[in-house]
Ligand binder design. Sequence first.
Ligand code: GLC
Length: 555
Amino acid sequence: MTQELTSPSPAPQAPGTGRGPGWWRDAVIYQVYVRSFADSDGDGIGDLRGARERLPYLKDLGVDAVWLTPFYASPQADGGYDVADYRAVDPLFGTLQDADELIRAAHDLGLRVIVDIVPNHTSDRHPWFQDPELARQRYLFRPGKGESGELPPNDWESVFGGPAWTRTDRGDWYLHLFAPEQPDLNWDNPEVHAEFEAIMRFWLDLGVDGFRVDVAHGMIKAPGLPDIGHGAQAQLIGAQVLPFFDQDGVHAIHRAWRRLLDGYGDARGKQVIGVAEAWAPTAERLALYVRPDELHQAFNFQFLNAPWQSDALRSVIDASLAATASVGAPTTWVLSNHDVVRHTTRLGGSLARARAATLLMLALPGSAYLYQGEELGLPEVTDLPDEVRQDPAFFRGGRATGAVGPGTDTESAPDGAAGGQDGFRDGCRVPLPWSGELPPYGFGPGGSWLPQPADWGGLTVAAQTGDPASTLELYRAALELRRRLPGLGDGPMSWAPAPDGVLAFTRPGLLCTVNTLGHDVGLPAPGTPLLSSAPVTVDDATAQLPGDSCTWWAI
Ligand code: GLC
Protein backbone atom coordinates (compact mmCIF):
# COMPACT_ATOMS: atom_id res chain seq x y z
CA MET A 1 0.00 0.00 0.00
CA THR A 2 1.41 3.41 -0.91
CA GLN A 3 -0.19 6.54 0.41
CA GLU A 4 0.45 9.84 -1.29
CA LEU A 5 0.36 13.31 0.11
CA THR A 6 -2.19 15.38 -1.77
CA SER A 7 0.13 18.39 -1.83
CA PRO A 8 3.74 17.34 -1.50
CA SER A 9 5.93 20.24 -0.52
CA PRO A 10 9.27 20.66 1.20
CA ALA A 11 9.44 19.21 4.69
CA PRO A 12 8.85 21.75 7.43
CA GLN A 13 11.93 22.65 9.42
CA ALA A 14 12.26 21.77 13.05
CA PRO A 15 12.46 24.64 15.49
CA GLY A 16 15.98 25.80 16.37
CA THR A 17 18.24 24.19 13.81
CA GLY A 18 21.97 23.48 13.84
CA ARG A 19 24.23 21.10 15.73
CA GLY A 20 24.81 23.20 18.82
CA PRO A 21 25.15 21.44 22.16
CA GLY A 22 22.17 19.17 21.47
CA TRP A 23 18.54 20.13 22.01
CA TRP A 24 17.83 16.61 23.19
CA ARG A 25 20.30 16.68 26.08
CA ASP A 26 17.83 18.34 28.41
CA ALA A 27 14.56 18.08 26.48
CA VAL A 28 11.28 17.13 28.13
CA ILE A 29 9.52 14.85 25.69
CA TYR A 30 5.85 13.92 25.97
CA GLN A 31 4.73 10.48 24.86
CA VAL A 32 1.49 10.55 22.91
CA TYR A 33 -0.01 7.06 22.85
CA VAL A 34 -2.00 7.94 19.77
CA ARG A 35 -4.97 5.62 20.18
CA SER A 36 -5.68 6.98 23.66
CA PHE A 37 -4.83 10.66 23.36
CA ALA A 38 -7.65 12.38 21.44
CA ASP A 39 -10.20 11.08 18.97
CA SER A 40 -11.36 13.43 16.21
CA ASP A 41 -13.79 11.21 14.30
CA GLY A 42 -15.86 9.54 17.00
CA ASP A 43 -14.77 5.93 16.45
CA GLY A 44 -13.53 5.80 20.04
CA ILE A 45 -9.89 5.49 18.95
CA GLY A 46 -7.48 8.39 19.18
CA ASP A 47 -6.05 9.60 15.88
CA LEU A 48 -3.53 11.96 14.32
CA ARG A 49 -6.03 14.73 13.72
CA GLY A 50 -7.11 14.54 17.35
CA ALA A 51 -3.48 14.77 18.42
CA ARG A 52 -2.91 17.77 16.15
CA GLU A 53 -5.88 19.59 17.62
CA ARG A 54 -4.47 19.12 21.12
CA LEU A 55 -0.93 20.29 20.36
CA PRO A 56 -1.56 23.73 21.89
CA TYR A 57 -2.24 21.93 25.18
CA LEU A 58 1.22 20.35 25.00
CA LYS A 59 2.81 23.65 24.10
CA ASP A 60 1.09 25.24 27.08
CA LEU A 61 2.18 22.35 29.31
CA GLY A 62 5.73 23.33 28.45
CA VAL A 63 7.24 20.25 26.82
CA ASP A 64 9.87 20.47 24.09
CA ALA A 65 8.87 17.56 21.89
CA VAL A 66 6.31 14.82 21.40
CA TRP A 67 6.91 11.15 20.74
CA LEU A 68 4.10 9.52 18.79
CA THR A 69 3.61 5.77 19.25
CA PRO A 70 3.14 3.73 16.03
CA PHE A 71 0.33 4.93 13.76
CA TYR A 72 1.46 2.90 10.74
CA ALA A 73 -0.63 0.43 8.76
CA SER A 74 -1.06 -2.51 11.10
CA PRO A 75 -3.50 -5.29 11.99
CA GLN A 76 -3.12 -4.00 15.57
CA ALA A 77 -2.17 -7.35 17.05
CA ASP A 78 0.05 -5.42 19.49
CA GLY A 79 -1.27 -1.88 19.55
CA GLY A 80 0.44 -1.03 16.26
CA TYR A 81 3.85 -2.51 17.16
CA ASP A 82 3.08 -5.03 14.43
CA VAL A 83 3.68 -2.94 11.33
CA ALA A 84 2.48 -4.09 7.91
CA ASP A 85 3.56 -0.98 6.02
CA TYR A 86 6.09 1.40 7.57
CA ARG A 87 5.33 4.14 5.07
CA ALA A 88 1.55 4.24 5.42
CA VAL A 89 -0.74 5.54 8.14
CA ASP A 90 -3.34 3.09 9.38
CA PRO A 91 -6.84 4.30 8.47
CA LEU A 92 -7.70 3.98 12.16
CA PHE A 93 -5.38 6.90 12.83
CA GLY A 94 -5.83 8.93 9.63
CA THR A 95 -3.76 9.46 6.51
CA LEU A 96 -0.25 10.41 5.57
CA GLN A 97 -1.64 13.87 5.00
CA ASP A 98 -2.71 13.96 8.64
CA ALA A 99 0.78 12.94 9.72
CA ASP A 100 2.28 15.66 7.56
CA GLU A 101 -0.11 18.25 9.00
CA LEU A 102 0.60 17.13 12.54
CA ILE A 103 4.37 17.47 12.06
CA ARG A 104 3.95 20.92 10.51
CA ALA A 105 1.58 22.09 13.23
CA ALA A 106 3.98 20.88 15.93
CA HIS A 107 6.88 22.70 14.33
CA ASP A 108 4.81 25.86 13.99
CA LEU A 109 4.34 25.71 17.77
CA GLY A 110 8.04 25.09 18.38
CA LEU A 111 7.55 21.41 19.29
CA ARG A 112 9.72 18.69 17.83
CA VAL A 113 8.29 15.33 16.76
CA ILE A 114 9.73 11.87 17.36
CA VAL A 115 8.12 8.80 15.82
CA ASP A 116 8.48 5.13 16.65
CA ILE A 117 10.41 2.75 14.46
CA VAL A 118 9.94 -0.98 14.98
CA PRO A 119 12.97 -2.83 13.57
CA ASN A 120 13.04 -6.09 15.55
CA HIS A 121 9.94 -7.52 13.91
CA THR A 122 7.19 -6.70 11.44
CA SER A 123 3.57 -7.77 11.27
CA ASP A 124 2.95 -11.20 9.79
CA ARG A 125 0.84 -9.25 7.26
CA HIS A 126 3.91 -7.40 6.01
CA PRO A 127 4.44 -8.16 2.29
CA TRP A 128 7.87 -9.66 3.06
CA PHE A 129 6.38 -12.24 5.38
CA GLN A 130 3.50 -12.93 3.03
CA ASP A 131 5.89 -13.97 0.25
CA PRO A 132 7.35 -17.38 1.23
CA GLU A 133 10.59 -16.85 -0.69
CA LEU A 134 11.27 -13.38 0.71
CA ALA A 135 10.17 -14.48 4.16
CA ARG A 136 12.75 -17.24 4.26
CA GLN A 137 15.54 -14.73 3.65
CA ARG A 138 14.33 -11.86 5.76
CA TYR A 139 12.96 -13.57 8.88
CA LEU A 140 14.31 -16.27 11.17
CA PHE A 141 13.04 -19.64 10.00
CA ARG A 142 14.53 -22.85 11.38
CA PRO A 143 13.72 -26.55 11.20
CA GLY A 144 12.17 -27.99 14.36
CA LYS A 145 13.70 -30.54 16.68
CA GLY A 146 12.34 -34.01 17.33
CA GLU A 147 11.81 -36.91 14.96
CA SER A 148 9.61 -35.02 12.56
CA GLY A 149 10.56 -31.49 13.51
CA GLU A 150 7.58 -31.22 15.82
CA LEU A 151 9.50 -29.43 18.58
CA PRO A 152 10.58 -25.77 18.50
CA PRO A 153 14.19 -25.13 17.40
CA ASN A 154 15.21 -23.93 20.87
CA ASP A 155 13.79 -23.15 24.31
CA TRP A 156 13.26 -19.41 23.86
CA GLU A 157 10.03 -18.02 25.25
CA SER A 158 7.97 -15.17 23.86
CA VAL A 159 7.93 -12.07 26.05
CA PHE A 160 4.15 -12.35 25.85
CA GLY A 161 4.15 -15.96 27.03
CA GLY A 162 4.46 -19.38 25.39
CA PRO A 163 7.18 -20.48 22.98
CA ALA A 164 8.92 -17.86 20.86
CA TRP A 165 8.42 -20.11 17.81
CA THR A 166 5.43 -20.89 15.63
CA ARG A 167 5.34 -23.73 13.12
CA THR A 168 4.24 -22.96 9.58
CA ASP A 169 2.11 -25.11 7.27
CA ARG A 170 5.36 -25.97 5.52
CA GLY A 171 6.62 -27.60 8.70
CA ASP A 172 9.41 -25.19 9.63
CA TRP A 173 9.30 -22.70 12.49
CA TYR A 174 9.73 -18.92 12.67
CA LEU A 175 10.94 -16.88 15.61
CA HIS A 176 8.78 -14.24 17.28
CA LEU A 177 10.07 -12.81 20.52
CA PHE A 178 6.68 -11.15 20.94
CA ALA A 179 3.32 -12.30 19.49
CA PRO A 180 3.16 -14.88 16.65
CA GLU A 181 1.83 -12.00 14.53
CA GLN A 182 5.22 -10.26 15.03
CA PRO A 183 7.88 -12.38 13.27
CA ASP A 184 11.48 -11.35 14.05
CA LEU A 185 13.50 -9.99 11.17
CA ASN A 186 16.80 -11.47 10.05
CA TRP A 187 19.31 -8.68 10.57
CA ASP A 188 22.06 -10.75 8.96
CA ASN A 189 20.40 -9.85 5.68
CA PRO A 190 21.68 -6.54 4.24
CA GLU A 191 18.31 -5.92 2.59
CA VAL A 192 16.80 -5.54 6.04
CA HIS A 193 19.37 -2.87 6.92
CA ALA A 194 18.74 -1.05 3.64
CA GLU A 195 14.99 -1.11 4.12
CA PHE A 196 15.10 0.40 7.60
CA GLU A 197 17.47 3.13 6.49
CA ALA A 198 15.05 3.91 3.67
CA ILE A 199 12.12 3.99 6.09
CA MET A 200 14.00 6.41 8.32
CA ARG A 201 14.71 8.67 5.37
CA PHE A 202 11.05 8.56 4.40
CA TRP A 203 9.97 9.94 7.78
CA LEU A 204 12.89 12.34 8.00
CA ASP A 205 11.79 13.74 4.65
CA LEU A 206 8.38 14.31 6.20
CA GLY A 207 10.15 16.41 8.81
CA VAL A 208 10.38 14.25 11.93
CA ASP A 209 13.10 15.09 14.43
CA GLY A 210 13.95 11.60 15.54
CA PHE A 211 13.00 8.02 16.23
CA ARG A 212 12.18 6.04 19.30
CA VAL A 213 13.76 2.70 18.47
CA ASP A 214 11.51 -0.12 19.63
CA VAL A 215 13.30 -3.11 21.17
CA ALA A 216 16.64 -1.53 20.30
CA HIS A 217 18.38 -4.37 22.16
CA GLY A 218 16.75 -7.15 20.16
CA MET A 219 17.72 -7.23 16.50
CA ILE A 220 20.80 -9.43 16.77
CA LYS A 221 20.57 -12.96 18.10
CA ALA A 222 23.50 -15.06 19.37
CA PRO A 223 25.03 -17.23 16.64
CA GLY A 224 23.43 -20.66 16.54
CA LEU A 225 20.42 -19.47 18.58
CA PRO A 226 21.54 -21.38 21.71
CA ASP A 227 19.14 -22.65 24.35
CA ILE A 228 18.86 -20.65 27.55
CA GLY A 229 18.08 -23.59 29.78
CA HIS A 230 15.90 -21.55 32.09
CA GLY A 231 12.14 -21.88 32.13
CA ALA A 232 11.18 -18.43 33.37
CA GLN A 233 12.94 -16.26 30.85
CA ALA A 234 10.78 -13.22 31.42
CA GLN A 235 12.45 -12.84 34.81
CA LEU A 236 15.84 -12.68 33.12
CA ILE A 237 15.02 -9.87 30.70
CA GLY A 238 16.95 -6.82 31.75
CA ALA A 239 18.70 -8.84 34.46
CA GLN A 240 21.29 -10.48 32.21
CA VAL A 241 22.41 -10.57 28.61
CA LEU A 242 20.31 -13.16 26.78
CA PRO A 243 20.99 -14.82 23.44
CA PHE A 244 18.19 -12.69 22.02
CA PHE A 245 18.51 -9.44 23.98
CA ASP A 246 21.39 -7.00 24.46
CA GLN A 247 23.76 -8.85 22.17
CA ASP A 248 26.84 -6.78 21.33
CA GLY A 249 26.01 -7.00 17.64
CA VAL A 250 23.14 -4.51 17.95
CA HIS A 251 25.62 -1.69 18.39
CA ALA A 252 26.83 -1.87 14.80
CA ILE A 253 23.26 -1.15 13.72
CA HIS A 254 23.01 1.83 16.03
CA ARG A 255 26.31 3.17 14.75
CA ALA A 256 25.04 2.99 11.18
CA TRP A 257 21.84 4.79 12.16
CA ARG A 258 23.79 7.50 13.96
CA ARG A 259 25.75 8.11 10.78
CA LEU A 260 22.50 8.35 8.88
CA LEU A 261 20.89 10.70 11.42
CA ASP A 262 23.93 12.96 11.66
CA GLY A 263 24.40 13.02 7.90
CA TYR A 264 20.76 13.85 7.34
CA GLY A 265 20.68 16.52 10.01
CA ASP A 266 24.00 18.11 9.07
CA ALA A 267 22.88 18.53 5.48
CA ARG A 268 19.84 20.42 6.71
CA GLY A 269 21.26 22.28 9.70
CA LYS A 270 19.19 20.37 12.24
CA GLN A 271 19.68 17.64 14.80
CA VAL A 272 17.68 14.47 14.46
CA ILE A 273 17.94 11.87 17.19
CA GLY A 274 17.44 8.26 18.10
CA VAL A 275 16.23 7.11 21.51
CA ALA A 276 16.71 3.48 22.45
CA GLU A 277 14.11 1.40 24.16
CA ALA A 278 16.70 -1.04 25.45
CA TRP A 279 16.46 -3.26 28.51
CA ALA A 280 20.04 -3.81 29.61
CA PRO A 281 21.14 -5.50 32.83
CA THR A 282 23.29 -2.65 34.12
CA ALA A 283 23.65 1.09 33.76
CA GLU A 284 27.04 0.45 32.13
CA ARG A 285 25.58 -1.79 29.46
CA LEU A 286 22.77 0.67 28.84
CA ALA A 287 25.35 3.44 28.39
CA LEU A 288 26.81 1.51 25.45
CA TYR A 289 23.71 2.47 23.46
CA VAL A 290 24.50 6.17 23.92
CA ARG A 291 28.19 6.19 23.09
CA PRO A 292 29.03 9.23 20.97
CA ASP A 293 28.66 7.29 17.72
CA GLU A 294 25.44 5.47 18.68
CA LEU A 295 21.98 6.66 19.65
CA HIS A 296 21.43 9.92 21.49
CA GLN A 297 19.26 8.70 24.33
CA ALA A 298 18.25 5.47 26.07
CA PHE A 299 15.35 5.25 28.50
CA ASN A 300 16.57 4.76 32.04
CA PHE A 301 14.32 1.90 33.13
CA GLN A 302 16.41 1.24 36.21
CA PHE A 303 15.23 4.59 37.55
CA LEU A 304 11.66 3.70 36.57
CA ASN A 305 11.91 0.44 38.47
CA ALA A 306 13.56 1.86 41.59
CA PRO A 307 11.59 1.54 44.81
CA TRP A 308 10.55 4.68 46.67
CA GLN A 309 13.45 4.57 49.13
CA SER A 310 16.08 7.24 49.45
CA ASP A 311 19.08 4.88 49.36
CA ALA A 312 17.82 2.97 46.37
CA LEU A 313 16.98 6.17 44.49
CA ARG A 314 20.33 7.69 45.27
CA SER A 315 22.27 4.67 44.11
CA VAL A 316 20.31 4.36 40.88
CA ILE A 317 20.79 8.06 40.18
CA ASP A 318 24.53 7.84 40.91
CA ALA A 319 24.98 4.72 38.82
CA SER A 320 23.04 6.20 35.89
CA LEU A 321 24.87 9.50 35.92
CA ALA A 322 28.26 7.85 36.23
CA ALA A 323 27.57 5.40 33.42
CA THR A 324 26.24 7.98 30.98
CA ALA A 325 28.95 10.50 31.92
CA SER A 326 31.57 7.88 31.08
CA VAL A 327 30.41 8.03 27.47
CA GLY A 328 29.65 11.76 27.43
CA ALA A 329 25.88 11.33 27.20
CA PRO A 330 23.10 12.75 29.36
CA THR A 331 20.72 10.47 31.22
CA THR A 332 17.17 10.01 30.00
CA TRP A 333 14.75 9.74 32.91
CA VAL A 334 11.32 8.20 32.69
CA LEU A 335 8.69 7.14 35.22
CA SER A 336 5.78 5.92 33.10
CA ASN A 337 5.02 4.67 29.61
CA HIS A 338 2.47 2.54 27.78
CA ASP A 339 4.11 -0.73 28.92
CA VAL A 340 4.31 -0.23 32.67
CA VAL A 341 1.97 0.52 35.55
CA ARG A 342 1.35 4.24 35.87
CA HIS A 343 3.65 5.57 38.55
CA THR A 344 0.82 6.91 40.70
CA THR A 345 -0.24 3.31 41.23
CA ARG A 346 3.20 1.71 41.03
CA LEU A 347 4.58 3.83 43.84
CA GLY A 348 2.15 2.40 46.36
CA GLY A 349 -1.03 3.90 44.95
CA SER A 350 0.11 7.27 46.21
CA LEU A 351 -0.44 10.43 44.22
CA ALA A 352 1.76 12.25 46.74
CA ARG A 353 4.69 9.96 45.90
CA ALA A 354 4.01 10.21 42.19
CA ARG A 355 4.06 14.01 42.32
CA ALA A 356 7.25 13.93 44.37
CA ALA A 357 8.89 11.42 42.03
CA THR A 358 8.09 13.65 39.07
CA LEU A 359 9.58 16.74 40.70
CA LEU A 360 12.65 14.69 41.56
CA MET A 361 12.97 13.49 37.96
CA LEU A 362 12.57 16.99 36.55
CA ALA A 363 15.27 18.30 38.89
CA LEU A 364 17.84 15.77 37.69
CA PRO A 365 20.36 16.54 34.96
CA GLY A 366 19.41 15.20 31.57
CA SER A 367 16.32 14.68 29.50
CA ALA A 368 12.96 13.37 30.73
CA TYR A 369 10.06 11.61 29.08
CA LEU A 370 6.49 12.10 30.30
CA TYR A 371 3.71 9.67 29.46
CA GLN A 372 0.35 11.16 28.55
CA GLY A 373 -1.95 11.43 31.54
CA GLU A 374 0.76 11.41 34.19
CA GLU A 375 0.44 15.19 34.27
CA LEU A 376 -3.14 14.58 35.41
CA GLY A 377 -2.02 12.15 38.11
CA LEU A 378 -4.01 9.39 36.43
CA PRO A 379 -3.90 6.06 38.25
CA GLU A 380 -3.64 2.69 36.54
CA VAL A 381 -7.12 1.35 35.75
CA THR A 382 -7.32 -2.03 37.43
CA ASP A 383 -10.89 -3.17 36.85
CA LEU A 384 -11.16 -3.57 33.09
CA PRO A 385 -13.51 -6.39 32.11
CA ASP A 386 -11.89 -9.25 30.19
CA GLU A 387 -13.94 -8.59 27.09
CA VAL A 388 -12.31 -5.20 26.51
CA ARG A 389 -8.71 -6.31 27.03
CA GLN A 390 -6.42 -5.94 24.03
CA ASP A 391 -2.91 -6.55 25.34
CA PRO A 392 -1.73 -9.60 23.37
CA ALA A 393 0.01 -10.90 26.49
CA PHE A 394 -3.41 -11.23 28.13
CA PHE A 395 -4.38 -13.82 25.54
CA ARG A 396 -1.11 -15.72 25.75
CA GLY A 397 -0.91 -16.12 29.49
CA GLY A 398 2.15 -13.89 29.43
CA ARG A 399 3.95 -12.13 32.16
CA ALA A 400 3.38 -9.08 34.29
CA THR A 401 3.69 -5.54 33.11
CA GLY A 402 7.04 -4.34 32.06
CA ALA A 403 6.19 -6.85 29.36
CA VAL A 404 9.45 -6.02 27.76
CA GLY A 405 11.57 -5.58 30.81
CA PRO A 406 11.99 -6.62 34.39
CA GLY A 407 9.04 -6.57 36.75
CA THR A 408 8.11 -3.45 38.66
CA ASP A 409 8.56 -2.65 42.30
CA THR A 410 6.35 -5.26 43.88
CA GLU A 411 7.34 -4.29 47.39
CA SER A 412 6.01 -0.79 47.43
CA ALA A 413 2.99 -1.49 45.26
CA PRO A 414 -0.35 -2.59 46.69
CA ASP A 415 -1.55 -6.11 45.92
CA GLY A 416 -2.17 -6.58 42.28
CA ALA A 417 -0.81 -3.18 41.31
CA ALA A 418 2.77 -4.12 40.57
CA GLY A 419 2.00 -5.71 37.24
CA GLY A 420 -1.08 -3.78 36.23
CA GLN A 421 -4.42 -5.55 36.33
CA ASP A 422 -3.38 -9.22 36.44
CA GLY A 423 -0.08 -8.12 34.98
CA PHE A 424 -1.27 -6.66 31.67
CA ARG A 425 -0.84 -3.35 29.97
CA ASP A 426 -4.31 -2.07 29.07
CA GLY A 427 -4.75 -0.32 32.41
CA CYS A 428 -2.17 2.36 31.57
CA ARG A 429 -3.65 2.88 28.10
CA VAL A 430 -7.15 4.06 29.01
CA PRO A 431 -8.06 7.16 26.94
CA LEU A 432 -7.36 10.57 28.46
CA PRO A 433 -10.05 12.59 30.20
CA TRP A 434 -10.12 16.12 28.80
CA SER A 435 -13.31 17.67 30.13
CA GLY A 436 -16.80 17.05 31.49
CA GLU A 437 -18.21 14.83 34.19
CA LEU A 438 -18.94 11.68 32.23
CA PRO A 439 -17.06 9.31 29.93
CA PRO A 440 -15.65 9.84 27.36
CA TYR A 441 -14.67 13.08 29.12
CA GLY A 442 -14.05 15.00 25.91
CA PHE A 443 -11.77 12.27 24.49
CA GLY A 444 -13.83 12.48 21.30
CA PRO A 445 -17.31 12.72 19.90
CA GLY A 446 -17.92 8.96 20.32
CA GLY A 447 -16.94 6.56 23.08
CA SER A 448 -13.52 5.29 24.05
CA TRP A 449 -11.91 1.98 23.07
CA LEU A 450 -11.27 1.13 26.70
CA PRO A 451 -13.84 2.20 29.29
CA GLN A 452 -12.81 5.14 31.45
CA PRO A 453 -13.56 5.06 35.18
CA ALA A 454 -16.74 6.77 36.31
CA ASP A 455 -14.83 8.89 38.81
CA TRP A 456 -12.42 10.68 36.48
CA GLY A 457 -14.50 13.89 36.28
CA GLY A 458 -12.18 15.61 38.78
CA LEU A 459 -9.07 14.51 36.91
CA THR A 460 -9.84 16.06 33.52
CA VAL A 461 -7.61 18.69 31.98
CA ALA A 462 -10.47 21.17 32.29
CA ALA A 463 -11.06 20.39 35.97
CA GLN A 464 -7.38 20.76 36.86
CA THR A 465 -6.55 23.81 34.78
CA GLY A 466 -6.12 26.87 36.96
CA ASP A 467 -6.24 24.93 40.24
CA PRO A 468 -2.84 25.57 41.83
CA ALA A 469 -3.13 22.39 43.92
CA SER A 470 -3.68 20.21 40.86
CA THR A 471 -1.11 17.84 39.42
CA LEU A 472 -1.48 19.46 36.01
CA GLU A 473 -0.50 22.86 37.39
CA LEU A 474 2.40 21.26 39.27
CA TYR A 475 3.74 19.88 35.99
CA ARG A 476 3.21 23.22 34.25
CA ALA A 477 5.03 25.09 37.01
CA ALA A 478 7.92 22.61 37.05
CA LEU A 479 8.39 22.76 33.30
CA GLU A 480 8.24 26.52 33.35
CA LEU A 481 10.91 26.69 36.07
CA ARG A 482 13.06 24.20 34.14
CA ARG A 483 13.02 26.61 31.23
CA ARG A 484 13.73 29.63 33.41
CA LEU A 485 16.67 28.17 35.34
CA PRO A 486 19.62 27.96 33.02
CA GLY A 487 21.69 24.84 33.50
CA LEU A 488 18.97 22.87 35.26
CA GLY A 489 18.64 20.45 32.39
CA ASP A 490 22.22 19.73 31.49
CA GLY A 491 24.29 21.30 34.31
CA PRO A 492 26.11 19.79 37.30
CA MET A 493 24.56 18.15 40.35
CA SER A 494 25.93 17.54 43.86
CA TRP A 495 24.46 15.76 46.83
CA ALA A 496 23.93 17.78 49.99
CA PRO A 497 23.71 16.45 53.55
CA ALA A 498 20.24 15.23 54.53
CA PRO A 499 18.60 13.20 57.31
CA ASP A 500 17.84 9.49 56.79
CA GLY A 501 15.09 8.93 54.29
CA VAL A 502 15.64 12.33 52.68
CA LEU A 503 17.60 13.18 49.55
CA ALA A 504 19.04 16.62 48.98
CA PHE A 505 21.06 17.85 46.03
CA THR A 506 21.97 21.10 44.43
CA ARG A 507 21.58 22.06 40.80
CA PRO A 508 22.31 25.38 39.14
CA GLY A 509 19.88 27.78 40.78
CA LEU A 510 18.20 25.40 43.19
CA LEU A 511 18.39 22.80 45.88
CA CYS A 512 16.04 19.85 45.72
CA THR A 513 14.84 17.90 48.76
CA VAL A 514 12.93 14.64 48.57
CA ASN A 515 11.34 13.16 51.67
CA THR A 516 10.68 9.50 50.89
CA LEU A 517 9.28 8.80 54.35
CA GLY A 518 5.59 8.70 55.07
CA HIS A 519 5.80 11.46 57.70
CA ASP A 520 7.07 15.03 58.08
CA VAL A 521 10.78 15.62 58.48
CA GLY A 522 12.20 18.87 59.86
CA LEU A 523 15.52 20.33 58.70
CA PRO A 524 17.18 23.74 58.49
CA ALA A 525 15.46 25.57 55.64
CA PRO A 526 17.87 25.38 52.72
CA GLY A 527 16.43 28.51 51.04
CA THR A 528 13.09 29.82 49.85
CA PRO A 529 10.61 27.29 48.46
CA LEU A 530 10.20 27.68 44.72
CA LEU A 531 7.91 24.77 44.07
CA SER A 532 6.74 21.82 46.13
CA SER A 533 4.74 18.69 45.45
CA ALA A 534 2.99 19.21 48.83
CA PRO A 535 2.62 22.27 51.06
CA VAL A 536 5.93 22.88 52.81
CA THR A 537 6.19 25.13 55.86
CA VAL A 538 9.16 27.18 57.02
CA ASP A 539 9.17 28.44 60.61
CA ASP A 540 12.11 30.11 62.31
CA ALA A 541 14.39 28.86 59.56
CA THR A 542 13.20 25.27 60.06
CA ALA A 543 11.50 23.61 57.14
CA GLN A 544 8.93 20.86 57.60
CA LEU A 545 9.06 18.57 54.61
CA PRO A 546 5.75 16.75 54.31
CA GLY A 547 5.91 12.96 53.96
CA ASP A 548 6.39 11.74 50.37
CA SER A 549 7.18 15.17 49.00
CA CYS A 550 9.73 16.94 46.86
CA THR A 551 10.60 20.62 47.10
CA TRP A 552 12.69 22.87 44.91
CA TRP A 553 14.36 25.62 46.93
CA ALA A 554 15.85 28.85 45.60
CA ILE A 555 19.38 29.10 46.99
C1 GLC B 1 8.06 -2.34 22.83
C2 GLC B 1 6.77 -1.59 22.96
C3 GLC B 1 5.72 -2.53 23.41
C4 GLC B 1 5.59 -3.64 22.39
C5 GLC B 1 6.92 -4.33 22.17
C6 GLC B 1 6.91 -5.20 20.96
O1 GLC B 1 8.54 -2.76 24.03
O2 GLC B 1 6.94 -0.50 23.84
O3 GLC B 1 4.49 -1.87 23.57
O4 GLC B 1 4.66 -4.58 22.82
O5 GLC B 1 7.94 -3.40 21.95
O6 GLC B 1 6.98 -4.41 19.81
